[in-house]
Design a protein around this ligand. Sequence first.
Ligand SMILES: NC(=O)c1ccc[n+]([C@@H]2O[C@H](COP(=O)([O-])OP(=O)(O)OC[C@H]3O[C@@H](n4cnc5c(N)ncnc54)[C@H](O)[C@@H]3O)[C@@H](O)[C@H]2O)c1
Length: 257
Amino acid sequence: MRMNGKVAIVTGAALGLGAAMARMLAREGAKVVVTDIKDAEGEGVAQAITEAGGEALYRTHDVADEAAWEAVVAATLDRFGRLDVLVNNAGVGWGGPPEDETLKRWRQLMAINLDGVFLGTKHAIRAMKRNDPPGGAIVNISSIEGLVGDPNLGAYNASKGGVRLYTKSVALYCAKAGLNIRVNSLHPGYIWTPMVESYLAEHGDVAEGRRALDAMHPVGHVGEPDDIAYGVVYLASDEAKFVTGAELVIDGGYTAQ
Ligand SMILES: NC(=O)c1ccc[n+]([C@@H]2O[C@H](COP(=O)([O-])OP(=O)(O)OC[C@H]3O[C@@H](n4cnc5c(N)ncnc54)[C@H](O)[C@@H]3O)[C@@H](O)[C@H]2O)c1
């Protein structure tokens, strides 16, 4: 019960990594606010947590919408009385040659992957300052694609690189202001989730794509959602009380090459 007594919001928690994070945080004792735009799946995650003996709440939440952030944080404080952990997980990924990218698609991706992290961080800090004593932990889900480039993932690389450095800026701000709020980024390698599967389906054969992705990781395979959820629990827990402005890479050796 490493998260006992803590209240966490996980965005994009209806599927994939976010769902695994929400389940593991709850298993470790956190009360979890599951948010997403996919209501049926999100409700299902919250219900499964409750049925397993945990406490969870689902809220519809587009992370690019500031009013929706205000509503989610208000609902969290109303139901659970505090906010200790925010996991900015919601994200989208697509790619293509830069000369074919449209400004509309670029802005759409930035709105979710980068504006969403900015808005969540802003409203989480406001809530965490009201804790008695003040404090909290923010975990921003970047990517290996926020550390190294990919020829066909320009917008995604830019958004995830932005998340990495925004994290460090806010970590320094919180530390120097004495807010007791830690802010870290987490950089997964390829993890088998609906995002990756649908990306492969759009670009060819899924099984062949999976073999190619497996081979890109020195350990010989892609990761699974719990590999990342364990990292989130660590960064969100008091075990990481001296960790801020850091980047935790969980990538099967991908970026060690
Ligand atoms: N799967 C990977 O290999 C991988 C690797 C590195 C980083 N990531 C990052 O991890 C995070 C989760 O990825 P995933 O693979 O689980 O993706 P996924 O597509 O399986 O799940 C993402 C979730 O985010 C939700 N979402 C999309 N737009 C939203 C919005 N505007 N507001 C709220 N929710 C929204 C989706 O409905 C979905 O439930 C993303 O930020 C992604 O960039 C994933």
